[in-house]
Design a protein around this ligand. Structure first.
Ligand SMILES: [Zn+2]
Ligand SMILES: [Zn+2]
Length: 107
């Protein structure tokens, strides 16, 4: 079964083109700062697999980092080609929804 809360209807840049905008199946809209997405990368180089300990040093991530490309991974996730060359993170829609910082969503 498809959960509309974690099924994006549309993935696009925000109106000011500074953030990534996801419109979800339940009508909720999330906007993500690219740097926040990069810092939340769940890949094995950024997060220790067994413990969930962050391995990524936030000070090494440029403030103006930007996804050069956004790709769908099957029907369950997105993958970003970041401008620092990092592209190994698989961001499941559940993860992306949990990263929403709109103020209404629990953070
Ligand atoms: Zn990563
Ligand atoms: Zn939200």
């Amino acid at each position: 079964m498809v959960d509309p809360r974690t099924s994006p209807k549309a993935v696009s840049p925000s109106a000011d083109e500074l953030r990534l905008r996801i419109e979800w199946g339940d009508g909720h809209v999330s906007e993500y700062a690219p740097r926040e997405l990069r810092l939340a990368c769940p890949c094995a180089a950024c997060v220790e697999e067994m413990t969930g300990r962050p391995l990524l040093d936030a000070s090494t991530v440029a403030p103006d980092i930007w996804p050069l490309a956004v790709r769908y991974v099957g029907r369950y996730a997105l993958r970003f080609d970041f401008s620092d060359g990092h592209d190994t993170g698989i961001y499941t829609f559940e993860l992306l929804r949990s990263l929403c910082r709109c103020g209404e969503c629990p953070s």
